[in-house]
Ligand binder design. Sequence first.
Ligand code: HEM
Ligand SMILES: *[C@@H]1O[C@H](CO)[C@@H](O)[C@H](O)[C@H]1NC(C)=O
Ligand SMILES: *[C@@H]1O[C@H](CO)[C@@H](O)[C@H](O)[C@H]1NC(C)=O
Length: 589
Amino acid sequence: MVNVGVSRVVIICVIATACFVPKCSTLRSGAPPQACKNMIPKHGESPQKSPSPYTLSGEIKSGSNGDVVQVTIFASEGEIFKGFFVQARLKDDPSHIVEGSFIEDDMSRVINCNAAKSAVTHKNTKEKREFTTTWTPPANFNGEVIFRGTVLKDFKTFWINIDTLPLSIVGPSPQPVRKPVPSVNLYSDCESQKKSCFGMPSLCIRDKSCSVILIYIYREGEVEFEMTGALGSSDKYIAVGMSEDNKMGEDSVTECVLLNEKVIIRQSWNIPSTYNNEILKEPMGIYNQSGYYVDGVMTCRWKSKALTTMRNTVHNIVNQNYHLLLAKGPASSDGVKRKHSERAVSDNPVNLTLVSVVAGAKVPLFIKLHGSLMVAAWIGFASLAILMARHYKQVWQANTLCTVKIWFAIHRFLMLLSLSLMIAGFVLIFLHVEGWSQVKPNPHPILGCVATGLALLQPIMAMLRPKPDARKRPIFNWLHWFVGNAAKIVAVLTIFFAVSLQAANLPYAYYWILVGYVAFYFLFHLLMQLHACIMDRKRGTEIGMQELNGEERDSPKDAPGSNFRRFMLGIYIVIVAGLVTALVLLIWL
Ligand code: HEM
Ligand SMILES: *[C@@H]1O[C@H](CO)[C@@H](O)[C@H](O)[C@H]1NC(C)=O
Ligand SMILES: *[C@@H]1O[C@H](CO)[C@@H](O)[C@H](O)[C@H]1NC(C)=O
């Protein structure tokens, strides 16, 4: 491709020079084809070395059949230009002219460089402040291009190699097939370690499945950033923050917001110790920004100096490492960001001058401990304790432990153990969150507090309970039964809601294990209840389900069916221990 293109250019250029390009016609009627390659007008002058007073910008306009690009030449304040010559080049090999086509208008005419209409030049030498043209990529093209221009102030004064930022283009195709996005090509610079990459959710770079990815490279005092995100139906922004710690507050944020179908790039500042974010009127220290939005994917690029100042806070990426924060979320119709629907923090502070694949934060230790303690307490010990009180009063009737019936000793021990784990887990999470967590609308925190509150009521009620033969005893029995089961149900719901907590980063499999646990728990109780009914009928006595008063009474021997119950207990312990282990392992892996 490249070779064919280049040789064709050379041939065309040679023929063009030899045959029909009169000397010095250049400025009058635009660049001649021999200028195709180096884009230098043959005036015998050399290009200016000073910074160009002109800039080129490209904006992608996506249509139903591929993208077109609107390319604009701007003269800076007070400057004019008379002539220009613009081509599309491959970003990764700028010597290669991309074979798309420009359109002609009353200011411009097209030139056939390597292909028909692959360059555009001026038609007249009127003074211009701005010129805009449209470029259509070749069919099936999918890649990154830059637009390169030569702009002539007059005959002798001109600047060459004025480039736009790279643009990712998808050309028209017979059956337009768009890559699922963000496209897999994005990850090549991460894999080859040409650039640094940070994406979310964690490990998405390895799996090429990022919902938002930031790619950056530090070169000669400036950092080039590119951020791409697949927006969900309600998402309107993607943002990256730089922070000295891994929490919100005092962070400088660069954000790309979809506002009226256009991508705007701006900066904002997270105000410390609040969840507020203040949008800056003027970007501080970012420049050369560009952004576009195609088929649900937003891409924006910008550059920033190593040293920037925002809100009197100096950021210097050479002297200081920063945590990177990524976020994506909805915004109001006037572009004010709402709370993120997804976010990630780098595991460690990052040296932005070095190329690396930045690892996302692991789930904090306190959250892991909180989850594990709660699972062990509720799913493990408390449910076993409930089981003992429910179905094991008549088993081991002959023996006592610590002067009370065995079932009661085990129930009390397991409940106290589970209560201690629960309190530890409760304290840990409040220490971690430092206040009330902002996970609305997830009811996990509220349900968690209700479950813990109910659980704390239980030992208090138990200490104040009336004697087994007191008249008010049945009220206690009912209350204890009711509160205990309510706590258990609320706790299991709380754990279900933990799965959708971003900070817990739990896999979906968690739901199924929980569902399996609930199903097993119900089946088990059902079976034991059935068994109890059959045994009761045999014995001809009735056991009320709220009879919780066997603790201080003596009966000489095991009730009938005790062997079956003991066998079932073994099965219960093995299965629930397995489920609890799986639930805890998933928290830690
Ligand atoms: C029945 C068991 C559980 C109870 C009673 C419970 C209770 C709570 C409470 C009260 C909070 C709010 C803390 C605050 O706002 O300061 C909380 C937060 C949290 N819990 Fe649980 N929890 C339970 C199970 C779990 C499990 C199994 C996990 C899984 C890892 C988990 C993960 C979390 C996380 C990540 C938060 C912090 C949310 C945030 O602010 O981002 N919890 N929990
Ligand atoms: C990029 O920004 C620099 C500094 O502000 C400016 O000189 C240059 O012309 C810009 N380039 C483009 C393509 O906008
Ligand atoms: C980041 O890396 C560069 C290059 O190795 C080094 O000069 C700089 O001191 C590092 N920055 C920090 C804060 O460690």
